[in-house]
Ligand binder design. Structure first.
Ligand SMILES: NC(=O)c1ccc[n+]([C@@H]2O[C@H](COP(=O)([O-])OP(=O)(O)OC[C@H]3O[C@@H](n4cnc5c(N)ncnc54)[C@H](OP(=O)(O)O)[C@@H]3O)[C@@H](O)[C@H]2O)c1
Length: 322
């Protein structure tokens, strides 16, 4: 396979976390040149020194990528940029990479949440922008080690009615990557499920499946789902069954998982909340749809986050040996 070989700098990945590392591994598996872009030197060194290891089904592969740079390093314009940062990290990350993005740079945004695409379009109105969503599951056990925990499909479509010239490369390295001519409903459906589950797992500090065993959580999920459906209805987006049913099935299927939002909360990282339930509430307000339960959920999570922050500040400021 010689895809991309004649074009150094053809592909780059921004956001070498769980999902970004899976994609990096796929390029490296096929010997397709790919540049890996890091936030800082520490992250870069972790992979430079240890390689990038991907565990799957009791097997593991370690790649030794050579083309590693921090986002602020000088470099040629990027042709195709796969963006796998968390939603709230995306604009700051793109800012540090601005010197490598020109109007020909194709941006492929592979993440959960809503609102980032509009933010990108405001900043980079002329760039071809593609949006992707995945049902794959992965998590990091170290900065250079990723567990590919759940196989799934990735769907990509255009944000601005363009064709993705490089789609064949994505499909050549991932047979479970598909084109969707109208990606927006699919993005909204995944968004709806994330809104129905993730925030509640933070509120109740539980695994996905435990939501279904908690009467209060079940009642709240039902109310939240109804509001989300009202917003989707107003936008003309159809669901094949009730959101509560889909979300409950997914919580059941992933019952032993901690949602990414709960993992981020526990690791004291920023949450994708502004691009999930908080985005839903903003969109609902624009469409004159009431979403008091989603609003209350957003407020509760913000309070929890604030409380956790001041608690950890207190601990940090504590004099030793008290
Ligand atoms: N993981 C899953 O199973 C899964 C499944 C479906 C969808 N998703 C979605 O896919 C997206 C990515 O998720 P993920 O789990 O892969 O997240 P993740 O593991 O947190 O990866 C995000 C990566 O972006 C990097 N990053 C942050 N700011 C950056 C910057 N300024 N410059 C360069 N890199 C930067 C982070 O680096 P640091 O670690 O140094 O901060 C991290 O490596 C999210 O929207 C998530 O909801 C994830």
């Amino acid at each position: 396979m010689t895809l991309g070989k004649k074009h150094p700098g053809l592909w780059a990945i921004l956001g070498l976390g769980s999902i970004g590392s899976l994609w990096a591994g796929r390029f490296l598996d096929k010997n397709i040149p790919v540049e890996l872009l890091f936030k800082n030197q520490t992250r870069l060194e972790a992979i430079k020194n240890n390689g990038l290891t991907i565990h799957q089904d009791k097997e593991s592969v370690t790649h030794h990528p050579e083309d590693l740079h921090t986002c602020d390093s000088p470099g040629a314009p990027i042709h195709n940029l796969i963006i796998t940062t968390k939603a709230q990290q995306t604009l700051p990350a793109l800012h540090t990479l601005a010197h490598r993005i020109n109007t020909n740079t194709t941006l492929i945004l592979l993440q959960n949440g809503m609102g980032v695409a509009q933010e990108i379009q405001k900043q980079l109105p002329h760039n071809p922008l593609f949006l992707g969503i995945t049902t794959e599951g992965a998590y990091r056990t170290a900065p250079h080690t990723v567990v590919y925990a759940g196989k799934g499909d990735t769907w990509v479509g255009s944000a601005n009615m363009q064709k993705l010239a490089a789609l064949h490369t994505l499909q050549a390295i991932n047979q479970h990557c598909f084109w969707d001519e109208n990606i927006h409903p699919r993005l909204w459906q995944k968004f709806a499920i994330n809104c129905a589950i993730n925030g509640l797992t933070v509120l109740f500090q539980c695994k996905n499946g435990e939501l279904l065993q908690n009467k209060q959580a079940c009642e709240q999920m039902a109310k939240i789902c109804l509001e989300i459906e009202n917003v989707l209805n107003k936008k003309g987006i159809q669901l094949s069954e009730s959101l509560l049913k889909t979300a409950s099935n997914i919580a059941e299927r992933t019952s032993d998982n901690y949602s990414s939002m709960l993992q981020d909360f526990r690791a004291q990282r920023d949450l994708e909340l502004d691009y999930l339930n908080a985005y839903l509430c903003r969109e609902a307000a624009r469409l004159n749809v009431e979403t008091p339960h989603n609003q209350a959920l957003v407020e509760s999570i913000k309070q929890l986050t604030e409380a956790r922050r001041s608690e950890s500040t207190k601990l940090t400021n504590k004099p030793p040996f008290t």
